[in-house]
Design a protein around this ligand. Structure first.
Ligand code: SF4
Ligand code: SF4
Length: 186
């Protein structure tokens, strides 16, 4: 088991940033473990979600932002609904993933590439264009036959269009991305 040397690696500013961005009071977590007990992805996590909460309280920025768990989280919100202290744990995981992305951590590069491709698609078309998203993801990751069998099933059912459809409010959605990028780069 890792021993945390609090005096050496405590980053109080990181803790404050996560609390501010998530709107959650992380000191309320008393380590009951109910979030981890209900998390369907615990088996695949390198750090269980309740331990992430503990590492957060200890301001362990490097440990958390470089972990795989925050990228594997499915945002199912089971942890949030189970927490006896009403901490929105799933939102905290989301904030950590955004922080890791901003700061260049990508321990799960294929998941990050999928995210990036998804967001680029929404920015460009106002909503996700599935075929374009998958094409971009396959090219970037060189996983050419990823889910190709699913596409063969979805195309005849009309679930995958070959052209993007414009939506009302496309320009407004593009502005959300512009505003976000300005805030991140300011
Ligand atoms: S939101 Fe993420 S951390 Fe929470 S239970 Fe679901 S998969 Fe686990
Ligand atoms: S369920 Fe809530 S209080 Fe319990 S360990 Fe998870 S975050 Fe902490």
């Amino acid at each position: 088991m890792d021993t945390i040397q609090m005096n050496l690696s405590m980053d109080a500013e990181f803790l404050r940033e996560v609390e501010k961005e998530s709107g959650q009071n992380l000191s309320l977590c008393y380590q009951c473990g109910k979030c981890t007990a209900g998390c369907p992805y615990t088996t695949f996590y390198d750090i269980p979600v309740s331990q992430i909460m503990r590492y957060l309280q200890a301001g362990q920025k490097e440990k958390i932002l470089s972990c795989h768990s925050i990228w594997l989280c499915a945002t199912c919100e089971s942890c949030t609904t189970r927490c006896p202290n009403d901490i929105d744990v799933a939102h905290v995981m989301d904030v950590l993933r955004h922080m890791a992305r901003r700061e260049g951590y990508a321990p799960e590069p294929q998941i990050k590439t999928f995210w990036d491709s998804f967001l680029e698609s929404v920015q460009r078309h106002g909503r996700v264009f599935e075929m374009g998203l998958m094409a971009k993801y396959m090219v970037k990751t060189r996983r050419v036959f990823t889910d190709a069998d699913l596409a063969l099933t979805a195309i005849p059912k009309g679930k995958l269009g070959f052209k993007p459809h414009d939506i009302v409010g496309k320009a407004e959605i593009a502005k959300i991305f512009e505003r976000h990028n300005e805030e991140v780069n300011s």
